[in-house]
Design a protein around this ligand. Sequence first.
Ligand code: MG
Length: 258
Amino acid sequence: MRIVRYTIGDQPSYGVVQGDPGSEWIAAVAGDPLYTQVSGTGERVELADVRLLAPVIPRSKVIGIGRNYAAHAAELGNDVPERPLMFLIPNTAVIGPDDPVVIPSVVTEASYEGELAVVIGRMCKDVPVEKVDDVIFGYTCANDVTARDLQQSDKQWARAKGFDTFCPLGPWIETDLDHRDVRVQTRLDGQTVQDGSTSLMIFDIPTLVAYVSSAFTLLPGDVILTGTPAGVGRVEDGQSVEVEIDGIGTLRNPFVRR
Ligand code: MG
């Protein structure tokens, strides 16, 4: 099921995306599917007629995982971590499909990082690896936008990863996905710059969710970014980035300088 959050006027609504690429439509549902059983309202709207919003605004946190693909760690001159490397992104960084990523003037080098994002479905702590599927609501595409210069100079990653608009999510949450070998591609102005598979992760998704939940209580709507494949690079004012994940869809965002 593809759960979408959208608006036609002012009010955000939720729905289930139906149909094939290019002719999708939305079956509206009552309430927020993260918290209530999905039940249709009977209303139907064309996907092309709505504005998509971030499919989830995390109430408490986005957890990022750094250096989870060996080739990406190597391209930035880093060793592979011995255990998952976690950082936090404030929920104010989250934006939706087609929303502009705003590069602040203090940032010299902004970089894209296409990633598979895990959306948590229920409150949990200390989840055993074999129970992780029970706490996952679904999966979406993410761009873990990074101020590479500030990441180096600040040492802490809070600012480099956490500026407003630096965490695009979307276009919707796919609740049924075999996450073990999924192609993750990133395009910069239409040119493929990242082309990886989740099979290349150092720590797989069950390991990551179990590990993160050993540190933090996870709440419904919390998001875990699972790391980026090799091929990260600079993105400039006026360019656009697409993150496409097989079995989910494509998240596109323009970049502008403030
Ligand atoms: Mg990342």
